[in-house]
Design a protein around this ligand. Structure first.
Ligand SMILES: [Zn+2]
Length: 187
């Protein structure tokens, strides 16, 4: 570790300085610290407090295709969320993992162009990056679109069980309902 985490505020991170110093930061935030992620989940079914978010960030000067040596940040984060299963509507706990490398270049316009051209994620460099917000964005992206238990805890009515060879849509009007129920939810 080339730099100590002393005096570095993860809510106001100077990305260029952090990358130049090959900085490394790690920590743990309580769930309430990431309010958008907290709002995406539901309370745990056993009344336990929501899981904390363990996170880690490493700065590095690194070559970005078409732009030479630039500041970059590798972040990863782990937590556990409770979501409502869209099949049985019971709470389900899910480990959530996010991991991404992001490049930071000078200027919003340059960042937008490079982000579109490159396979890497590119943002505009800032002397006061809110690392919590960035990590929260990544964790939100890692949420499943339609959360469902691999196996729901309660036995379900037959018409709602997927992949049941005995369920023939031709003689089962409930299959239509089941198909609707299993469609992606946008809200
Ligand atoms: Zn379920």
């Amino acid at each position: 570790m080339a730099s100590s985490s002393r005096e570095i505020d993860p809510r106001r991170l100077d990305v260029a300085a952090f990358a130049s110093a090959a900085g490394e930061l790690a920590g743990e935030w309580p769930a309430e610290r990431l309010p958008r992620l907290a709002a995406a989940g539901i309370d745990t079914d056993d009344g336990a407090p929501r899981a904390a978010i363990a996170w880690h960030a490493v700065g590095e000067r690194r070559v970005l295709a078409g732009a030479g040596l630039q500041s970059s940040l590798a972040i990863d984060a782990d937590t556990e969320v409770t979501l409502e299963c869209q099949r049985c509507l019971q709470p389900m706990r899910l480990p959530l993992h996010a991991e991404r490398r992001i490049f930071f270049v000078d200027g919003e316009d340059a960042a937008a162009v490079l982000d579109a051209e490159s396979e890497d994620d590119v943002l505009a460099s800032t002397p006061a990056l809110d690392l919590a917000e960035l990590i929260e964005d990544e964790l939100l992206l890692a949420l499943p679109l339609v959360p469902r238990h691999e196996r729901c805890p309660e036995p379900l009515p037959r018409a709602f069980v997927e992949d049941d060879p005995a369920t023939d849509p031709a003689d089962n009007p409930f299959a239509v309902l089941a198909a609707l129920k299993h469609g992606p939810r946008l809200s």
